[in-house]
Design a binder for this molecule. Structure first.
Ligand code: OAD
Length: 243
């Protein structure tokens, strides 16, 4: 351990999983996998048409079996391991609900929840499972017996997870990287600005400049699989060099 003051926060969005074959949110003409987001990703949608919402997320859960982590996920996992050996704090925050970071070996904070997790809408008990994937059969809660668990996804209008931990990490980071996110959904879209306020060096990778980009950010345009491995190596050198 080096007792450094360097610290890295990485935020990922749908773009990091795009090359694994997971659809992004804003690439389909305003539709997400053929649905308007308000028809499937709000508490109101669940109250109004739970069958539609359940089916939508069950198909997303099932699709996890058809995708694999890509070079960007793997590079971030390697970076996490190397920084951990060097005693440098590293926080990976993802807006993604897939499990590709974990499968690559990372330990992300899933601020928008996870497809592999279900939550009882009555007692709040959480279960991690990917066995019950039937699109039309609700799953009862194993803890309280309630007829229906819901996806453990943070829907629009709900509070994202881990916000205290994330904000603490942002306030003390010296380096911040945003990968594959359009910078329009808050609070995640505000992390870049919080990191700048903390004095961090800021890096952004995306296909096109996101809404929240500023001239002082280092912008690397391109696919995450092409950009992130080299960027991770560069950051590792910088962070270890400064520690
Ligand atoms: P978006 O679909 O809004 O944006 C995807 C971003 O990734 C865009 O900036 C693209 O340029 C970029 N991109 C696409 N392919 C890429 C690639 N191969 N390599 C690098 N970048 C690429 O997705 P998010 O910003 O993640 O929230 O969306 C944020 C939130 O909005 C989601 O977490 C979700 C959604 O509504 C909830 O469900 C609560």
């Amino acid at each position: 351990m080096t007792g450094s003051r360097s610290a890295l926060v990485v935020l990922t969005g749908a773009g990091v999983s795009a090359d694994s074959g997971v659809a992004t949110f804003r690439g389909g003409g305003g539709l997400w996998e053929g649905h308007h987001v308000e028809d499937v990703a709000t508490p109101l949608a669940w109250a109004r048409d739970p069958k539609l919402v359940w089916r939508f997320y069950q198909l997303r859960r099932r699709a996890l079996g058809n995708v694999e982590p890509n070079a960007a996920h793997r590079a971030l996992a390697e970076l996490e391991r190397e920084l951990s050996l060097g005693g440098i704090p590293f926080t990976l925050v993802t807006q993604n609900v897939d499990d590709l970071h974990e499968r690559a070996g990372s330990s992300p904070l899933h601020m928008h929840g996870e497809l592999v997790q279900l939550r009882c809408e009555r007692c709040g008990a959480i279960v991690r499972e990917l066995e019950h994937l039937a699109p039309d059969a609700f799953l009862p809660c194993a803890s309280c017996g309630h007829a229906r668990v819901r996806p453990d996804i943070v829907w629009f209008g709900e509070m994202p997870y881990f916000m205290d931990r994330i904000e603490r990490a942002l306030c003390t980071c010296t380096h911040f990287v945003s990968i594959g996110t359009s910078g329009v959904v808050y609070p995640a879209a505000g992390f870049l600005s919080l990191a700048r306020q903390a004095g961090a060096r800021t890096y952004v990778n995306s296909l096109e400049a996101p809404d929240n980009l500023e001239p002082r950010d280092t912008f690397r345009a391109g696919r995450a699989i092409d950009v992130v491995p080299a960027l991770s190596a560069e950051l590792l050198g910088e962070l270890l060099g400064e520690s």
